[in-house]
Design a protein around this ligand. Structure first.
Ligand code: UDP
Length: 399
């Protein structure tokens, strides 16, 4: 992808101004370091961001640190700790984390003007930073607020050895006394999951999935996870249907390789109890076209999460111009602005009454959907994300 491919979406002028911004960084080298080349949100975003950064004249190097299974077991424990789980951290684990990071020290490019450490796995590289003349930035892609102090206290000095940190949301900032930036993630409007679809393409997905479209569809596309509260969505649907004929689609993957996912899916199937108006579909990974079509055909998109990092399914839904009913948690709060780009609702009854309101008021649904798409265009699409990166890097060259 090239930056000018986004001209139609963002306008020639804005693209031009992004290119101008980038010219201030011409010839600079930026090195991204993370721990996986595929799978996971960071790899997904880097795959799309790196070519755009190169396209605007930066020299970009993306390196993946090498770990061992034991190392990844330790960093998984750290990951769970970030999510607030109480974890057991031993001296051995901390030593192993340090050792593996030190073993990776040769990946650090001495000529890099910026070294970006993504998430916590490569943070240990800061221990071998000495003498490096570039700017080091830690990008925290998850919500660290409730991080178990045993893990945070271990990692904190490494965060401090970076020049600045980046978080998705202002409320996630963990080291407020240090220089930090807020950069929420973004979706790529040209990706298969988000590109415009023809009616025929949408129709054929619905045929394949065996979902009729003769009644309005309430839709939640999400992994089958308790934190996405699919059972609550079924409850809300039952209330809505008492007032307006409609159907519910719950679609998502992650059930086959995640033992908890299987339990959640089974519980949802029990809750749905063969209701002919509820369509539960397991999506294999890579179902981008299917997700795109489902979101586009929804009368209302629901995201009844109990907790959410940023909530990319919400971004995707808004981009498709659909009205959203979503719980105001995590990054959803910055996306679904009450009565402006969607309706916020948390309890089952609230979700149901918001959905009824939207089904009864197509003008409101249209207005929110249109504003939602513009909100995403202004804030959460890839070229805008690139612009935020450039602004941060330029600022870092000036401090
Ligand atoms: N997703 C997917 N297949 C699924 C369910 C979700 O590809 O079966 C995608 C979804 O389109 C979104 C991402 O996975 O791009 C989920 O990100 P989000 O921030 O919404 O939630 P998370 O799953 O990270 O908690």
């Amino acid at each position: 992808m090239k930056l000018h491919d986004y001209e139609e979406i963002l306008g020639k002028e804005r693209i031009h101004s992004i290119k101008n911004l980038a010219s201030k960084l011409e010839g600079k080298t930026i090195q991204h370091i993370n721990s996986t080349a595929a799978g996971g949100g960071v790899a997904e975003i880097l795959k799309r961001l790196v070519p755009l950064m190169e396209d605007v004249g930066l020299r970009v190097i993306w390196d993946v640190m090498e770990g061992t299974p034991e190392f990844f077991r330790v960093t998984k424990v750290f990951h769970n700790a970030f999510h607030g789980q109480q974890v057991e951290v031993t001296q051995e684990m901390m030593d192993l984390y340090r050792r593996v990071n030190r073993r990776n020290q040769d990946i650090i490019r001495q000529d890099a003007d910026f070294v970006i450490l993504h998430d916590q796995q490569p943070l240990g590289l800061t221990e071998v930073r000495s003498g490096h003349s570039g700017t080091w930035i830690w990008y925290c892609h998850i919500d660290p607020v409730d991080c178990d102090p045993r893990v945070w206290n271990f990692l904190r000095p490494m965060v401090t050895w970076c020049d600045a940190s980046v978080y998705h949301l202002p409320e996630y900032v963990k080291d407020a006394d240090k220089r930090h930036y807020i950069m929420p993630p973004a979706i790529d409007p040209l990706a298969e999951k988000n590109r415009d679809l023809t009616d025929q393409e949408i129709e054929s997905v619905f045929d394949r999935l065996g979902i009729p479209r003769d009644l309005p569809l309430l839709m939640q596309v999400s992994r089958f996870d308790w934190l996405k509260d699919p059972i609550g969505v079924v409850g809300a649907f039952h209330l809505v249907r008492q007032e307006i004929p409609c159907r519910l689609v719950l679609a998502g993957g992650g059930a086959s390789d995640d033992p908890e996912g299987v339990q959640v899916l089974e519980a949802v199937l029990r809750e749905a109890a063969d209701d002919p108006d509820i369509f539960i579909r397991e999506l294999p990974s890579g179902s981008d076209l299917e997700i795109n079509a489902l979101q586009r055909a929804a009368a209302i998109i629901i995201q009844k999460s109990v907790r959410e990092g940023f909530g990319l399914t919400v971004t995707e839904g808004l981009w498709k111009g659909r009205p959203l009913v979503a719980s105001p948690v995590g990054g959803i709060k910055t996306q679904v602005l009450q009565e402006e780009t969607g309706l916020q609702a948390q309890a089952v009854e609230e979700v149901a009454s918001a959905a009824v309101r939207l089904l009864n008021d197509p003008k409101l649904a249209d207005r929110l959907g249109t504003a939602g798409k513009e909100h995403v265009r202004d804030n959460f699409i890839l070229p805008v994300y690139l612009e935020r990166w450039l602004e941060m890097l330029i600022n870092e060259t000036q401090v």
